[in-house]
Write a protein that binds this ligand. Structure first.
Ligand code: A2P
Length: 317
């Protein structure tokens, strides 16, 4: 499997298993199956509510000799209620305890959005803290301390715009090495790709299949279904692969790390097989035409009346 190389030589497998929406009760089997199939990269976050179950699957897989901790790449993320510097280390320690590991390969600030520490998910504006009050630079120096303490090897961000990356690059001692963002043919983000390429920041594509199992409040009625796009379906048929495999392969051809989620053994296998597919320049050009700046994860859930966040200041668009 192709991997992405970090400045210190560490290699991150370009295809990993996404675990957002992988329900407790299902994710244990999915992770065990994935590791058996050959996945060596798992993308996690405490807000997905399943890290303890993933940790059990990891621990059992290690005990059964399926793989070893050293062979795996494990990412997790700092939730919005832990941006205050004193909360950052306890947050990673909780993820490490749940995942039953000593350190993470990569730890990301999940959103450029801060909550009061007692809030898991906000109900109103009073639960939110603006970035002027709790700046990303402050959270970032606490993230840097985690690297110094050996709790994670690499740090990065998620859902950051180019202006937010630029601001962070201006203050960081350890540069962010990853931005995990929504990326697929309907949201190709060419300016982000170019900026990250020229600043040695890797990209991870989340929702690469269009994330159609999002909870209903995160969906809109009129949304286009990526896996049913006629161009994607036709091109996949021409290659004798599935639409999902085409979408995963497209991300890999752009050198983005990609983390399709599945809890189904056949689809896990199919998705892993995407790493071996070759697309032509012409295929890539045809897919480039499909861009329509369509976010499935719009971020509008952070926008509440009287609160500090708007779609304009979230995405800086
Ligand atoms: P399931 O977990 O039942 O396989 P995303 O990674 O963009 O968030 O998309 C996840 C959604 O795509 C889930 O509903 C998942 O369902 C589904 N999915 C995963 N792999 C495939 C596949 N190969 N073909 C079709 N749907 C898939």
């Amino acid at each position: 499997m192709k991997s992405i190389q970090f400045a210190n030589g560490d290699q991150m497998p370009i295809l990993g298993l996404g675990t957002w929406k992988s329900a407790p009760g299902k994710v244990y089997k999915a992770v065990k199956e994935a590791l058996q199939l050959g996945y060596r990269h798992i993308d996690c976050a405490p807000i997905y509510g399943n890290e303890a179950e993933i940790g059990q699957a990891l621990s059992d897989s290690f005990a059964e000799g399926v793989t070893t901790r050293e062979q795996l790449w494990i990412t997790s993320k700092l939730w919005n209620n832990s941006h205050a510097p004193e909360n950052v280390q306890p947050a990673i320690e909780k993820s490490l305890a749940d995942l039953q590991i000593d350190s993470l390969d990569l730890y990301l600030i999940h959103w450029p959005v801060a909550f009061r520490s007692e809030v898991l998910f906000h109900n109103s504006a009073k639960d939110l803290i603006g970035l002027n009050e709790l700046p990303i630079a402050t959270t970032w120096s606490a993230m840097e301390n985690l690297v110094d303490k050996g709790l994670c090897n690499h740090i990065g961000v998620s859902n950051f715009s180019v202006p937010k990356l630029k601001e962070l690059l201006g203050t960081a001692n350890i540069k962010p090495e990853m931005n995990q963002i929504e990326l697929h043919p309907y949201l190709q983000q060419p300016a982000m790709l170019e900026f990250c390429n020229s600043n040695s920041i890797h990209l991870t594509a989340y929702a690469p299949l269009g994330s159609s199992d999002r909870p209903a409040p995160l969906k809109s009625e009129d949304e286009p279904i990526l896996l049913e796009d006629p161009t994607i379906i036709k091109m996949a048929a021409n290659h004798a692969i599935s639409p999902a495999q085409l979408l995963i392969s497209w991300a890999i051809h752009r050198n983005s790390v990609v983390i399709p989620k599945s809890v189904n053994p056949d689809r896990l296998k199919q998705n892993l097989g995407s790493a071996a597919i070759s697309l032509s320049q012409e295929d890539m050009e045809q897919i480039a035409e499909l861009n329509r700046n369509r976010r499935y994860v719009s971020g509008d859930f952070w926008v509440v009346e009287g609160g500090p966040y708007s779609l304009a200041n979230l995405w800086d668009e």
